[in-house]
Write a protein that binds this ligand. Structure first.
Ligand SMILES: [Zn+2]
Length: 308
């Protein structure tokens, strides 16, 4: 392994395989990327933690798919955190935000070393996964009721309900390291469908799957976000006896897709009566929910239809 590969241990997806047991997986490590996304908003700690896990989940799941476009995870629910959106592009641009009700959230503290509770924070609702590959292509959407104590369990429920794949997932988000910056991590293992012509001994594969799941669950939430523990070292620590092989990493960065031009296009698509309302103020202000960037437009730019 090159020195460079060993040194970069943040903001990446590390794919791996355990060939003897026909398993593949990904370890996701988010450092400055998730810290930047969470710091762009002044989220209460439990909201930041659950959004951090949702971002790690989106990146972990996106890595399992072959697509060219945007993968989006969204929850909509009746709890104090009523909406979470996290998306990741094929190029590795990541963003996310949460909508919450501070009054209902109250003075909640997070039990250290534990994943934030879905029933307490998110409540009842659904989680949806969408792949958008641009205009003129069909959007793929998977949707399932939120069922599980934390987001990783909800994802596993989704696999059982709507996919034919068997997969296990672990997530963590916490302030970690000397600077107390946010970090997040995700680990996913999935069974590779047997390829034609490959003879696999069913019992061995079954045992291997169970053993790998036990080993995966032995990874602690602290290890998933430990800045001192490189992704490769963590994988070898967990699976070296099973013959884990690591592949080239993909890098990730916090990057929003909003722009002045994009917001202007959205404004121009508003119905005339809504535009009429907005023009009552000399300035039209728009804040991007993802990155909190503030845009201001002179409302005269948006004259009555036909005059602009
Ligand atoms: Zn933005």
């Amino acid at each position: 392994m090159s020195v460079e590969a060993e040194m970069r241990s943040d903001d990446l997806v590390q794919p791996f395989r355990i060939d003897p047991f026909a398993l593949r997986g990904r370890l996701v490590r988010l450092g400055p990327t998730v810290d930047r996304i969470l710091s762009q908003h002044d989220y209460p700690e439990p909201v930041a933690a659950i959004l951090g896990e949702a971002i790690a989940l989106a990146v972990t799941l996106a890595g399992a798919l072959k697509y060219d476009g945007i993968f989006t995870l969204q929850t909509k629910s009746d709890g104090p955190v009523r909406l979470i959106v996290a998306d990741v592009s094929t190029e590795g641009a990541v963003r996310g935000y949460a909508q919450y009700d501070s009054a209902r959230l109250g003075e909640r503290n997070l039990p250290p070393g534990q994943s934030p509770s879905v029933p307490e924070l998110i409540g009842s609702g659904y989680i949806a996964f969408t792949v958008d590959q641009g205009e003129h292509t069909e959007r793929y959407q998977g949707i399932v009721e939120l069922a599980g104590g934390n987001l990783a369990e909800c994802a596993q429920h989704y696999f059982r309900q709507s996919e034919q794949i068997q997969a296990g997932i672990k997530l963590s988000a916490a302030r970690s390291g000397p600077d107390g910056a946010w970090r997040a991590g995700g680990l996913m293992l999935q069974r590779v469908p047997p390829e034609g012509g490959t003879r696999v001994i069913a019992d061995d594969v079954e045992d291997g799957w169970r053993r790998a799941m036990v080993l995966m669950s032995s990874a602690t939430p602290a290890e998933l976000v430990d800045p001192e523990l490189s992704p490769r070292r963590l994988l070898f620590r967990l699976f070296h006896d099973e013959g884990v092989r690591v592949f080239r990493t993909h890098s990730l960065e916090a990057k929003c897709r909003c722009s002045r031009e994009r917001i202007e296009r959205i404004l121009r698509a508003f119905p005339a009566e809504d535009m009429e309302d907005m023009r009552k103020d000399p300035t039209i202000s728009v804040t991007c929910e993802f990155c909190n960037t503030h845009y201001e437009f002179d409302s005269r730019e948006f004259g009555p239809a036909g005059t602009a």
